[in-house]
Design a protein around this ligand. Structure first.
Ligand SMILES: Cc1cc2nc3c(=O)[nH]c(=O)nc-3n(C[C@H](O)[C@H](O)[C@H](O)COP(=O)(O)OP(=O)(O)OC[C@H]3O[C@@H](n4cnc5c(N)ncnc54)[C@H](O)[C@@H]3O)c2cc1C
Length: 475
């Protein structure tokens, strides 16, 4: 299941190590996550629900609960973002799992810390915000729950579309490397630092962070939240089976860890993500039986569609997945044509012998921390659902808390980088730095990117957010 050759990527693996899974000894490489190592060993059923239904990896970025397992006696560990270590004891769990009594009375001290500016999330938005702050003499504390910095970019092997000024034409993972290089050694960076809670009261902003088996309590003067997005799920019988993945998870397995997610795939969704990931599956040697798209038109760029069609992959519009087949893992998929009301048309069902169903049906902004902090939210479908209301300068309804990137409304890496810069400049303006011209420049670049047919949805969405924000300010 490990990829040895790839047309673009070279996989440099760490030291060989051994761990156990349900008592069985398994070999892995240092630097892999537990879930990636298990997949490489062909193990897809990671845990079971209380009723015994199998559960497998779904998001691979620490956002859902599909990969929770018991590790070294501790239940509910997110194995998709936890690196494997020599001698680890990994066990599948049933339901919520049980805490080993040894840990029950272990004292846990919180470590307190202060920072002038904290940035949550080191994707393109967070990294761009950090760079602007560093350029103005402020050393931010950057927290990211993943072991690698760069957010979604680290698994993008294609050359980016968007604006040249925002590095279009460069492969996603190279953009991530460049952004990280620009701040590494300058900003204070904590990897595998999951922000669990954000408390904003009486002008104080405190973050609860799980890091290196400790609880950190960080008091921040100002805060940029750039937590990105999470993949949407789809309702159909069998969607719980291991082998139903979000498109991002498939990319993480293939492009970050060099692990093949399956042998034959069905892609659900013909937006840019579905089309790009289909091509990446083919590059990894996975057959793609079909791409199904519920809408009558392909949503992504036609250049991406043409690429996979040339390689023999049919794109079936007005089609959907109606069922995943299999008991313990995906062994097939039933697809069907749908009518104008998105209902399957009887007699059009077709079975595909796939072991992988990949969902690329959109993203929702990751807003949990902001909601917890009391930021006012609005439902804006053009931006992916519930979004934090914010001003054109990226400040939320909680003073001193700024947002940027996909968590402020689903967009692209180019707009995420610009919003990160804008949030940082806006924060600097409040601290009386003379940055008015810089703000105007970034705003003009954002407007330019959102012009044109593909910018229409985010442009309309942002206008709605700014209007709602104004209403809140007046009310
Ligand atoms: C297949 C695919 C192809 C794409 N192609 C393009 C393209 O060609 N051009 C383009 O411009 N865009 C493209 N995009 C979109 C682009 O990747 C995203 O819009 C961009 O990555 C969003 O940046 P972000 O910084 O807002 O979020 P992300 O990149 O998602 O980063 C968010 C970061 O926050 C961290 N985080 C989240 N919650 C917490 C927490 N509680 N505690 C600590 N850390 C946390 C995460 O670990 C992550 O590192 C593509 C996306 C996909 C999936």
């Amino acid at each position: 299941m490990r990829l040895e050759r790839h047309p673009i990527l070279e996989f440099v693996r760490g030291k060989r190590i051994t761990f156990t899974f349900d008592g069985e000894s398994i070999e892995a490489y240092e630097g892999e996550t537990i879930a990636a190592a298990l997949h490489a060993a062909g193990i897809r059923v990671l845990s079971r629900t209380r009723s015994g239904a199998p559960r497998g990896l779904f998001c691979a970025i620490g956002k859902c609960s599909s990969c929770l397992m018991t590790v070294d006696g501790i239940p509910n560990v997110r194995t998709c973002v936890t690196p494997i270590r020599e001698g680890m004891v990994v066990e599948s769990q049933r339901g919520p799992g049980k805490l080993n009594p040894v840990f029950r009375h272990r004292p846990h001290e919180a470590v307190c810390k202060e920072a002038e500016v904290v940035i949550v999330g080191a994707g393109p938005a967070g990294l761009s915000a950090a760079k602007v702050l560093l350029n103005h003499g402020i050393r931010p504390l950057v927290l990211d729950e993943n072991p690698h910095l760069g957010g979604q970019l680290i698994k993008q092997t294609h050359k980016f579309f968007g604006s040249r000024a925002e590095r279009a034409g460069t492969r996603g993972f190279s953009i991530a490397d460049e952004l990280v290089e620009e701040i590494e050694g300058e900003a204070e960076i904590l990897r595998q630092a999951r922000v669990l809670g954000l408390y904003c009261e009486d002008g104080r902003r405190v973050l609860a962070v799980a890091h290196a088996e400790k609880l950190l309590l960080v008091a921040a003067k100002d805060l940029v939240v750039a937590t990105g997005a999470q993949e949407r799920f789809l309702l159909f019988p069998g969607n719980h089976l291991p082998g139903v993945y979000g498109a991002g998870a498939v990319q993480t397995l293939m492009n970050v860890y060099g692990v093949k997610p399956g042998e034959r795939a069905l892609m659900v969704g013909a937006g840019n993500v579905g089309l790009i990931v289909s091509y990446q599956l083919l590059q990894a040697g996975v057959e793609v039986d079909a791409v199904v798209e519920a809408m009558p038109e392909i949503g992504g760029y036609h250049v991406h569609a043409a690429k996979i069609r040339r390689l023999g992959v049919p794109i079936l519009t007005s089609h959907t997945v109606v069922r995943a087949l299999g008991k313990e893992r995906v062994e097939g998929a039933m697809i069907a044509q749908i009518d104008g009301k998105f209902e399957p048309i009887p007699g059009t069902e077709r079975e595909l012998a796939v072991d992988l169903i990949c969902l690329a049906v959109g993203l929702n902004p990751s807003t949990r921390l902001l909601e917890q902090a009391g930021a006012q939210m609005g439902y804006v479908p053009e931006l992916g659902g519930r979004v934090p209301l914010h001003s054109p300068l990226m400040e939320t309804t909680v003073p001193g808390v700024y947002v940027a990137g996909d968590c402020a409304g689903i967009g692209e890496a180019s707009t995420a980088m610009l919003e990160g810069e804008l949030a940082a400049f806006s924060l600097l303006a409040k601290k009386r730095f003379e940055v008015r011209e810089k703000i105007a420049l970034v705003q003009r670049s954002l407007e330019k990117l959102r012009r044109g047919p593909f910018g229409e949805r985010p442009r309309t969405g942002k206008e709605k957010v700014f209007t709602l924000m104004k209403e809140v300010a007046v009310g």
